[in-house]
Design a protein around this ligand. Structure first.
Ligand code: PLP
Length: 467
């Protein structure tokens, strides 16, 4: 530990020419902060021993640690990546990409005062989600709508506003975990609604719901089993039957749709997903869905349905804690307008899901040719894209991908190649199947192809060897 005493004082270090250069480049505050951090990591490495015993306590080494710390600090943590996984709504990569129009609308709202809660005609206070709500009404036929931060918030709020202290009846087959520890039963408990489970995991009949209804029932709840499907001996009670029961008993029917599609998913996959308008048309009293799944907009939760129920939701005290900000509302309004006026054309999620695989093949051929020229073993094959984000879990979307292996004798495995594509500048996210890196180009934009080629070219030259 004696060696620790040889580490020079911060003031002295900063006077050194190398550090003065850094200060000229990055400013004194950042360099001071990072030098301090650099010294800390150096101390920690020395105390830890092992490799740390070999650390030279000199200004070169301190400068190295400082520079590393500066680089980490200057980089945005939200690094842009190229998504070559073919998973369109990739939750770990930020789910939906906004359309150009929606991104512009969000940016405009971000840097200006906007009439957020201000009725321009009367000059009086208005609802912040009025414009989005009116578009939802037109798109889905709902009487009214309210917007919150995400669909998890929507589920919490609907249950709290409509069923607090009362029973909410739900099928055992729908007590789902969406991921990130979002479990329907936990949210229900938080909302103050009492969960009444009916039926079994694989089968729930209308009579199961009927038997569970009492004077204290506040809600019939149906949850879209987004990320899994029960196959085999299975039966669930459909929206039509539940709507009938709801009509007879006067108990509202709430459907948590998860992704909430506005488009016919059979146009690009072999599965039909009930659209929001279909579910409302079939008699659901209130529904909720995400803004950034199949809708292709910003993260948001959309609650739509009967006016009296939406009013209850909007006037609930939790609304204030869950309301979206102006950038979200601007992006959502723009996205909804595109659905209404242009059938969603220009919304990346919709465009990628419906992209003709013959066009994907053309891009694959281009990329494959240039990778072969660089010495990789590349070939174009049929692959299956996924919509992702817990939507259409079993529906494959036919696509084309480039399968790549490093040149024989290069010593690079497919996993190595995948790692190298992810590291350094312009990360490219891929997957490995059967010892080959696969790039599904459904989720890669035309202008990103050149970047991918450049990345492979660097790998061919062995950039990581001198990094
Ligand atoms: C995705 C999903 C949620 C959560 O929605 P977020 O917008 O991610 O908060 C809730 N319920 C279902 C059925 C879902 O699929």
């Amino acid at each position: 530990m004696d060696r620790l005493r040889h580490i020079p004082k911060l003031d002295l270090i900063l006077k050194d020419e190398r550090f003065q250069d850094l200060i000229g480049k990055y400013g004194e505050k950042l360099v001071k902060l990072c030098t301090r951090e650099g010294l800390d990591s150096m101390r920690a490495a020395i105390i830890a021993g092992g490799e740390g015993d070999n650390i030279n306590i000199d200004l070169d080494t301190i400068c190295f640690f400082t520079q590393k710390s500066i680089e980490e600090k200057s980089r945005s943590s939200l690094v842009k990546v190229i998504n070559a996984t073919g998973v369109v709504i990739h939750t770990n990569l930020g789910r939906s990409i906004l359309s150009e129009k929606a991104a512009k609308a969000a940016s405009h709202a971000a840097s200006n005062y906007v009439a957020l809660e201000f009725d321009m005609e009367s000059g009086e206070r208005g609802h912040r989600d009025e414009s989005a709500a009116s578009l939802i009404r037109e798109l889905t036929g709902a009487e009214d709508a309210a917007i919150v931060n995400n669909n998890a918030a929507a589920v919490l709020l609907v249950l709290a506003a409509i069923s607090k202290g009362r029973d909410a009846v739900v099928s055992r087959g729908e007590l789902v975990e969406i991921g990130g520890s979002f479990r329907i039963p936990d949210v229900m408990e938080l909302s103050g609604a009492k969960l009444i489970e009916v039926g079994t995991t694989n089968r729930t009949r209308l009579s199961d719901y009927e038997k569970a209804i009492s004077d204290n029932t506040g809600l019939l709840l149906k949850v879209h089993t987004s990320n899994y499907r029960i196959v085999g001996f299975h039966g669930e009670t459909g929206i039509n039957d539940l709507a009938m029961l709801s009509g007879k008993s006067g108990i509202p029917l709430y459907v948590d749709l998860g992704s909430g599609s506005l488009m016919e998913t059979r146009d690009f996959s072999d599965e039909h997903e009930d659209t929001v308008q279909e579910v409302l048309g079939a008699g659901a009293d209130i529904v909720s869905f995400s803004g950034d799944k199949l809708l292709g907009g910003p993260q948001a939760g959309i609650i739509a349905g009967r006016r009296d129920l939406v009013d209850k939701v909007r006037n609930h005290p939790l609304m204030r804690a869950l309301r979206p900000d102006k950038m979200t509302l601007a992006a959502l309004e723009s996205t909804l307008k595109t659905w209404l006026l242009e059938d969603g054309a220009g919304i990346p999620v919709r465009d990628m899901l419906t992209r003709d695989k013959a066009l994907i093949r053309v891009d694959c051929d281009t990329l494959s040719t240039s990778l072969n020229r660089m010495g990789f073993e590349a070939s174009v094959r049929e692959v299956t894209s996924a919509s992702g984000g817990g939507t259409l879990p079993t529906a494959g979307i036919a696509s084309y991908g480039v399968h790549v292996r490093a040149r024989a004798g290069s010593g690079l495995s497919a996993e190595d190649l995948k790692t190298l594509l992810r590291l350094g500048e312009d990360p490219v996210i891929t997957r490995v199947t059967r010892d080959e890196v696969v790039l599904d180009l459904r989720t890669v934009r035309e202008w990103e192809l050149g970047t991918i080629e450049a990345k492979f070219s660097l790998i061919a030259k062995g950039w990581w060897k001198d990094a």
